[in-house]
Design a protein around this ligand. Sequence first.
Ligand SMILES: O=C(O)CCC(=O)C(=O)O
Ligand SMILES: [Fe+2]
Length: 274
Amino acid sequence: MSCFKHTEPTEDELAAFHRDGFIAYPDAMKDDYREALIEEVLSPNPIAHFLSISDKERADLDTPTRYFVRPWDDRGPLSDALIDEPLITSLLEATVGPDYHFCHSSMNLAMRGAEAGRFHQDHHHWNHDNPINLAERERYYIQVLYYPNGFTQGDRSLIVVPGSHRVSPTKDTAERLLTGELDDEAGRKLEAIHLELSPGSFVYLNARMYHGFDPKPIDSPQPFRIFLIDIFKEAGPPHRYTQEIPQSWRDKASPERLKLYDREPYTETCWIDG
Ligand SMILES: O=C(O)CCC(=O)C(=O)O
Ligand SMILES: [Fe+2]
């Protein structure tokens, strides 16, 4: 079963990626794929258990409003297929070029009452000053954010600041982002857009672009929002969280897929010289 309704990005979509720092793909998944994916993603025992207990029982957990797995190694065949779906491969080749690798993935559930996330970018080399990090700063770090059951505006919606990938992400950039001070550097007026995406949508994001997310209201009509993320990095040293690839993933990988896994994982010392 193929995952998406389309296999190639359009010129307009690629132009949006360079201009805005992201492409939103509403309702990109085929309906039968989306339904089956949701079932697959929610079926592993720990997740099914988390969802089956009462709100009162969940309140005793450390993170009652959030379920989070990173690295997300327990992927079934439908979620595994996303990694090199034709549309994703085409997007990566058209934006990064031929030399990119799979970095890691994670799965998240946000329950009613989940808190907001402040503006941030996820290109971790910008947060470290080792020579290796400085040399890597301009390389692509791409996040593909999947929302199998979608979200409405103000209900755990992704907030984007189009054009903010053009601003150098220094320590206080997030606080100054919407003050107007950085508009010249971005070449446009920076403003926050609270997206709304139907089930089966995804966002292809240059992770230098600043983004955040709204809280999930306690009375949200949607009991939980599913968020899956695949991250790809331009060839080079490990990024933060570049994961060990499980042997079971290698055993079932095609030669093309193995190339995506052909990079070093992150370790505590991998950015330190010497
Ligand atoms: O929850 C979302 O929609 C985005 C989360 C995010 O920004 C992240 O995981 O880095
Ligand atoms: Fe993020």
